[in-house]
Ligand binder design. Structure first.
Ligand SMILES: NC(=O)c1ccc[n+]([C@@H]2O[C@H](COP(=O)([O-])OP(=O)(O)OC[C@H]3O[C@@H](n4cnc5c(N)ncnc54)[C@H](O)[C@@H]3O)[C@@H](O)[C@H]2O)c1
Length: 299
């Protein structure tokens, strides 16, 4: 089996995607720490796995507290002798316009979605490096990291997860730890809360459809694959391109405001990027891209 002999932590695994990742990992032979801050849900998932002959223990820790994040990893090593995989799945979201957002809610979201991923990942990386066996970290980012309306704080948190993934992949290659991220789309509580998400995500897009990708990244078949962001929305599976330093790169000793203005007027205007997941064309370019109000007739 794909994950035979491996011990894996899945955070936020009391429901939704995390529950599917934990159940599928156990079915693939892994011993699983099922974590969720809603401890009763973590217990339910773990009991379900055990009832079907799998190995699982529950953890009700919060990933957002560094000592608790470490305790999740310690539990895995204490129960199963090692940690070979971490699925950094726990996350929260909400929609708000920037001028109506609530600082307390922003902070809570960043604490779970960014700090939680960093704290749990740090603890797992330390244990994996110390064991000398290496391992695999699968972070959960989102297509929203490309920019989406009313999701500024959430998009920023998932963009942070993407940057973390590339950086950690660089740091951890030498100690045998692969670090990748997935951008899922699945019908879960997170989607039920938003009309727009519901339109894009019918009920047949179940969390189980994303689990095979996560299992693959956890398993030895993904040897040599690190630093990647991979999106699966049910039917579609693809790599997400990474930001890069775009040519032309202009150079002069000092850039003053006048030369910056000229750079935009004379060069960059033609290189501006459509932005956000919806690929919105910047206003300066729209006169070239918008359909003319009176269609041109052929002679
Ligand atoms: N559902 C989607 O289409 C979608 C799309 C892109 C990304 N994601 C990401 O996938 C992950 C799972 O989302 P989901 O859709 O299953 O959501 P969900 O709300 O159904 O499940 C998230 C789980 O995380 C748990 N959690 C929250 N804070 C926690 C904490 N501090 N410590 C431990 N557990 C905590 C919650 O209790 C919940 O059970 C999230 O990171 C989400 O951002 C989901």
């Amino acid at each position: 089996m794909l994950l035979d002999g491996k011990a894996v932590v899945v955070t936020g695994a009391g429901r939704g995607l995390g529950e599917a990742f934990a159940v599928h990992a156990a079915q693939a032979g892994a011993a699983v720490v099922v974590n969720d801050v809603e401890a009763d849900l973590a217990q339910r998932t773990a009991a379900n796995i055990r009832a079907h002959g799998g190995r699982a223990v529950a953890s009700g820790h919060s990933v957002a507290e560094p000592e608790q994040a470490r305790a999740i990893v310690d539990l895995c090593v204490a129960e199963f002798g090692s940690i070979d995989g971490l699925v950094n799945n726990a996350g929260v979201n909400y929609e708000a316009l920037p001028w109506q957002d609530d600082p307390a809610q922003v902070r809570e979201l960043i604490e779970v979605n960014v700090l939680g991923v960093i704290y749990t990942g740090m603890a797992a990386a330390e244990a994996m490096a110390d064991s000398g066996r290496g391992g695999s970290i699968v972070n959960v980012s989102s297509g929203a990291s490309l920019g989406q309306r009313k999701l500024g704080a959430y998009a920023a948190s998932k963009g942070a997860v993407a940057s973390l993934t590339y950086s950690w992949a660089l740091d951890m290659e030498d100690v045998g730890i692969r670090v990748n991220a997935v951008c899922p789309l699945a019908h879960t509580r997170m989607v039920w809360k938003s009309e727009r998400s519901l339109r894009n995500c019918p009920p047949d897009r179940t969390p189980s459809r994303i689990a095979p990708l996560v299992l693959f990244l956890l398993g030895d078949g993904a040897h040599g694959i690190t630093g990647q962001l991979i999106r699966c929305n049910g039917p579609q599976l693809h790599i997400v391109g990474q930001p890069y330093l775009k040519a032309p790169i202009l150079e002069r000793q000092v850039w003053d405001s006048e030369s910056v203005q000229r750079a935009f007027d004379e060069v960059f205007s033609a290189h501006l990027e459509p932005y956000g997941l919806e690929k919105r064309v910047p206003p300066r370019l729209r006169k070239w891209t918008d359909a003319p109000s009176t269609p041109l007739r052929s002679a």
